[in-house]
Design a protein around this ligand. Structure first.
Ligand code: AP5
Ligand code: MG
Length: 193
């Protein structure tokens, strides 16, 4: 098994690059943002609760996302591995993920952190907001999401740096060039299928 965390601020390209990675390496994509938006669109109790936080650009409580991840991992026991996109976002989530994977006798092998300057992040998300319909893609909420990232999520990088799993990749090139840089790191562990 090979398990990857794709790490980085809002708009850094985690979702875009995850799509390419899961196809190329036959991995399973788990995006907590996508899972939460699905809950919101189905008006489930979890979705209704999560929406209150998402609309304000704040993180949804840890116990909610950890529970979601746990059942998602269990759905595909035969996966070649997982790409975690937008998770973990707090140290508590990172520790919970380690425990979940340990229970399955596996672990996080690599954390790839996408580095993109803040003005570019804002530009990308404002531009996507013109068509995406995402309620959190307004300049006001984007700014809050980035603030929340610096406050609560960026420290998670130290957690992985400490265990020697963190590699930083420039995410400010074209989608293709960024994918090449990510692949170079992944190829040290598994090869494309
Ligand atoms: P989530 O859905 O995870 O959003 P995010 O990380 O804030 O940001 P995005 O998903 O918008 O950015 P991305 O890095 O995936 O970039 P993308 O590829 O889309 O989370 C949303 C909310 O859900 C959170 O605020 C929180 O409330 C909640 N939540 C989710 N997970 C949670 C968790 N674990 N714990 C607690 N709460 C959680 O690209 C962005 C744009 O840029 C696109 O238009 C794309 O086409 C473009 N683009 C991508 N790459 C490039 C490039 N190289 N050059 C030019 N444009 C590019
Ligand atoms: Mg995303």
């Amino acid at each position: 098994m090979f398990n990857l965390v794709l790490f980085g601020p809002p708009g850094s390209g985690k979702g875009t690059q995850s799509e390419n990675i899961v196809t190329t390496y036959n991995l399973h994509h788990i995006s907590t943002g996508d899972l939460l938006r699905d809950e919101v669109s189905r008006h489930t109790p979890l979705g209704t609760e999560a929406k209150k936080y998402m609309d304000q650009g704040m993180l949804v409580p840890d116990e909610v996302v950890i529970g979601m991840i746990s059942s998602k991992i269990d759905e595909t026991p035969d996966a070649r591995g997982f790409v975690f996109d937008g998770f973990p976002r707090t140290r508590t989530q990172a520790e919970a993920l380690d425990k979940l994977l340990e229970f399955k006798q596996t672990k996080i092998h690599l954390v790839l952190s996408l580095d993109v300057p803040e003005p570019e992040l804002i530009k990308r998300l404002v531009s996507r907001g013109e068509t995406s319909g995402r309620s959190d893609d307004t300049e006001e909420v984007i700014t809050k999401r980035i603030k929340e990232y610096h406050l609560k999520t960026q420290p998670v990088a130290n957690y992985y740096f400490g265990s020697g799993k963190l590699e930083t990749v420039t995410g400010n090139h074209t989608v293709t060039d960024t994918f090449k840089a990510l692949s170079k790191q992944i190829n040290k562990y598994i090869l494309p299928i």
